[in-house]
Ligand binder design. Structure first.
Ligand code: ADP
Ligand code: MG
Length: 689
């Protein structure tokens, strides 16, 4: 047995030049090598005869080279073709633009070939993976078993790598230390670690391979969940926040002004927020609620509470249009209550900006509403009691924490309309508590979603026209089509012109991100006041905009938007009591794009859509690793392996409840592993020591 930390150079067969190639794969030590996991497996216990292969399937065959040669097409492409066969038939293997292939084979040579079989004039495999068997010893590593296939670079071949891996496994797997406490392993019926590593490379059967994968996924998730649980445990005892008084004149007056009753969900969430705000530890709460579920008023309630206690509040939103909308709303809701609300957005004149900053700094302003301008340098609060961040998925982690650091240790409420399942939320926003508004105000969701191909656009316009004639209003939204914003604007502007010509009796507006704030403001208030019937716009209306009279949205090139974006856009309508239409115009080319449109037609449930979005894009891209602060997962997939994910979460929280710093003898190995896998910064383990 040896030391896993020694250089992979000492593995038999790895010389200095091969070691360099391993380095390029990120492999330095024997341990790195052992954790370089197969990309897929080939079941070579089931090699096909040529007569058995089916077009459309991925197949493995064993055959001899009969003849080969290459040619160049008129367009200059090199095609290398080879006929191989066994006693049952002949098949062609073809490689494109790899002229050096012709030096790699000999007639009579025996090969294993793997690839997708196609039927042209004859059967063919394009760009197959292959291995030469001639000259190689008949062995038990590469043949007659389930064989691992690794993610390798050009100059490393599978056969060589597999042999090196086999040596490493045979010599070093015995040194792998189990780090999971016995009862966790027992309870979850897990394979021991050595066996899992051995079988992830050279599985003795499908069933064992499955168990090996499960064990390694469990490892990955458990480490992640434990790290997060430790972080949570640490935050819970921070008592240096503000304790809010929940009763008082101000909140009573505010309640009297409400034009509607809170939904049950809203009332429950307000209760959760009140409890947090009452306690001296800083609130750190994520509020999830589908578009239109009424998050704003809940946030405003919390803000009024903080103002009532003599603190300042801040509300940060991702766009100026939204900042403006919230500002106006809030001002009218708080009118006459003796509170000062200021707005801080992008393009204020310097003197004006400085004046407002000063008001915030000396405490003359009670509530600041704005875009990321709120976190820019030079903005300081006198006594910030509560920070609210709306549409948080549009901000990065950094921006979130920057606003919090503006003064003292304020409570924090972040809101998102990209809902995700609760367990996931608890993990990804591991240090936060999660509230969910899971119902809409009464009378909502009367939205019909339609889909037209581009050539049937006029049908969409007919619906839009009818809606306007009924007193409603319409959005027409354009995606980012070209790389350059300029040409997008041109497309939206062209659309605007066309609409103006087609409907001379209607008032058509145009809105885009490059406009000056004042101009955007004017257009939005014209739309709000119904001085505009149809608003042509780029994506700037995506989030938060609330104009209940708008009852139709036409989304051009809908196939170019992501699912969550489409859902957000659709959330702009159906906000009042009017039956609404969401019309997708698209000519989808890819399967993913078709799938997105299908999902939009099928459901309006934000949770389902978010899940589907995760499935299509993969969780990594959905959350953005940077956004979520998650370490990269190598083998686990939080959507596919959700059951393991949930099990590890429960295990981790038990573990930390019993032994917060993992100092017990049964947990020491786990703690060491945790510190090895994740940087201290990732999981704030530094505090644990
Ligand atoms: P979102 O959660 O998408 O931010 P908003 O807070 O903008 O949703 O609310 C959507 C609309 O619903 C707003 O016009 C708001 O005034 C209204 N609304 C919120 N709560 C209720 C309620 N309990 N009853 C009726 N209407 C409500
Ligand atoms: Mg909102």
């Amino acid at each position: 047995m040896g030391d896993l930390g020694i250089s992979a150079r000492y593995i038999k067969g790895v010389g200095p030049s091969k070691f360099k190639l391993l380095n390029r794969l990120g492999i330095e030590t024997v341990e790195d090598l052992l954790y370089c996991l197969p990309r897929r497996y080939e079941d070579r216990s089931r090699i096909r005869q040529v007569v058995e292969v089916r077009p459309g399937n991925f197949e493995t065959i064993r055959a001899k080279v009969i003849t080969f040669g290459d040619r160049t097409t008129r367009k200059g492409m090199n095609i290398f073709q080879m006929a191989v066969g066994d006693s049952t038939g002949v098949i062609h293997a073809t490689w494109f633009n790899q002229p050096y292939m012709k030096d790699r084979f000999k007639i009579g040579q025996e090969l294993i070939l793997y690839g997708k079989v196609e039927k042209h004039i004859y059967l063919q495999i394009s760009n197959p993976e292959y291995e030469s068997l001639t000259g190689a010893k008949a062995d038990s590593i590469n043949m007659g078993r389930i064989v691992p296939v690794y993610p390798l670079t050009e100059n490393l071949n599978q056969r060589w790598f597999r042999n090196a891996m086999k040596t490493a496994v045979d010599e070093y797997v015995g040194s792998i230390q189990e780090f999971l406490p016995y009862d966790i392993r027992k309870r979850n019926n897990l394979m021991i670690l050595k066996e899992a590593v051995r079988n992830i490379h050279f599985p003795v059967s499908d069933i064992v391979l499955k168990r090996a994968k499960e064990r390694l996924i469990f490892n990955e998730f458990l480490l992640l969940q434990t790290g997060i649980a430790m972080k949570r445990a640490r935050i819970k005892i921070d008592l240096n926040g503000y304790s809010h008084d929940l009763r008082g004149d101000l909140i009573e007056k505010f309640k009297k002004r409400l034009l509607f009753e809170f939904t049950k969900s809203q009332a429950r969430v307000i209760g959760e927020i009140e409890e947090d705000m009452r306690l001296p530890r800083p609130m750190n709460r994520l509020l999830q609620g589908d578009v239109g579920s009424g998050k704003t008023i809940v946030a405003l309630y919390a803000l009024v509470l903080t103002l009532q206690n003599g603190y300042q509040g801040a509300l940060m939103v991702p766009t100026e249009i939204l900042a403006d909308q919230h500002y106006k709303n809030i001002k009218s809701m708080l009118a006459g209550l003796g509170l000062k609300v200021v707005q801080l957005s992008g393009d204020l004149k310097p003197e004006e900006r400085d004046r407002r900053r000063r008001m915030i700094e000396i405490g003359e302003a009670d509530l600041a509403v704005g875009t990321h301008a709120l976190i820019q340098e030079g903005v300081n609060f006198k006594n910030l009691g509560l920070v609210v961040i709306d549409e948080q998925h549009k901000f990065g982690v950094m921006q979130r924490s920057l606003l919090k650091s503006k003064s003292g240790n304020p409570d924090m409420l972040i809101m998102t309309a990209t809902p995700i399942p609760r367990t996931l939320a608890l993990t990804l926003y591991g240090d936060m508590d999660v509230s969910i508004i899971d119902e809409l105000p009464p009378g909502r969701r009367n939205i019909k979603t339609l889909y037209f191909e581009g050539e049937n656009r006029d049908k969409a316009y007919r619906i839009a026209y009818e809606q306007v004639k009924m007193g409603r209003q319409v959005y027409v939204v354009y995606p980012i089509i070209e790389e350059s914003e300029r040409s997008d604007l041109r497309a939206a502007a062209k659309m605007h012109k066309e609409l103006t010509e087609s409907f001379p009796d209607l008032k058509i507006g145009l809105l885009h991100g490059k406009m000056k704030s004042a101009e955007k403001e004017r257009i939005m208030s014209d739309f709000k006041n119904q001085a505009i019937d149809i608003l042509t716009s780029t994506i700037v209306v995506e989030v938060g905009v609330d104009i209940p009279n708008a009852s139709a949205m036409i989304i051009e090139h809908a196939d170019r938007f992501g699912l969550s974006q489409l859902h957000q856009l659709r959330g702009r309508i159906g906000r009042g009591r009017f039956f609404s239409y969401c019309i997708l115009i698209a000519d989808p080319k890819t399967d993913d794009a078709k799938e997105r449109i299908k999902v939009m037609l099928k459901t309006q449930d934000g949770f389902k859509i978010a899940e589907k979005d995760m499935e299509i894009r993969g969780p990594g891209e959905f959350f953005g690793t940077r956004q979520s602060g998650l370490p990269e997962l190598k083998i686990g997939n939080i959507v596919r392996d959700r059951d393991i994910f949930e099990r590890t979460r429960a295990e981790a929280s038990e573990l930390i409840k019993k032994d917060r710093f993992l100092r017990g003898p049964e947990n020491i190995s786990l703690r060491i592993e945790l510190k090895k896998k994740f940087s201290a910064q990732d999981l704030e383990l530094a505090a644990v020591g």
